[in-house]
Design a protein around this ligand. Sequence first.
Ligand SMILES: C[S@@+](CC[C@H](N)C(=O)[O-])C[C@H]1O[C@@H](n2cnc3c(N)ncnc32)[C@H](O)[C@@H]1O
Length: 290
Amino acid sequence: MDPQRPSLTAEGAAALRVWHTLLDDPPHVFDDSIIRSMLSGPTRLMLHAPPSMLRRAIRARETVQPELAALRGQVVLRSRFAEDALDAALAGGCEQVVVLAAGLDTTAQRRPELARAIMEVDHPATQAWKRERLPADLSAAVRFVAVDFERDTLDTRLTEAGLRSDAPMFVNWLGCTYYLEPAAVTATFEALGRIAARGSEIVLDHWLPEPGLNWRPRLLLAGVRFAVALQQEPLRCLMTAEDLAERAAKGGWQVAEKLDAKAQRERWLAGRSDTLALPDFAHLTRLVRA
Ligand SMILES: C[S@@+](CC[C@H](N)C(=O)[O-])C[C@H]1O[C@@H](n2cnc3c(N)ncnc32)[C@H](O)[C@@H]1O
């Protein structure tokens, strides 16, 4: 990504989470409407509940072209997955939360009681831009660690920021692996592995490579590839589940849970009355440090 400019895909993902609450039916898979105040003016302008005729038209279009709703679906489903895993980790006594490639993640806003346990890691430009938008009390409570995964040593930076390697950490790493060089993905698993106590976890999403996908998700992926390249955040690392498991194992991480698109649809989309969808290439994984 352009090192001088905040990530555009971070704001795009945040806008899709808001759009889910405006267009899709309750119950919402993940309610992130609190994020609205952090979005830039032009993005906020686009986020108004559509009048009923427009809503019907969008839904009719999404019924025949489900991929139009699929990016919105993958953004909210990955957040739901991470939130449920976070709750389970906290219930198990975990007291350290690391949000990697945080973008406009709102864990600290939605759950201010956790703010002091949270370390947000992001590219320096994106992080500075986010911090300008945060209320001062939250900005002071959360620990911010500016890191470029392609260049910096993540474990050193987290340790300097106070991360304890004698206690488990919960790591949320969403919406990022596909934008990194494959070597940086492996290096991130290795860096986290060097400082992770037993019982630590990473939740992340990854996208499958084109071979093996049918034409609809392939077409969507081609469109996304084009759009994010224009935003100077090109797709660089598409991984099969096996490829991901091998890279994670280099850092000592084992797959504890993996959800392909079918499993996610069964868990979160079955029985919904709206058009929310998910692309076949979107997979979710939870890793543990044994
Ligand atoms: C699509 S956003 C995802 C944000 C958030 N996790 C979410 O789920 O909405 C991608 C994030 O990856 C971060 N990112 C991309 N390349 C990076 C790099 N080389 N080093 C650090 N962060 C990076 C961007 O700054 C941005 O916050």
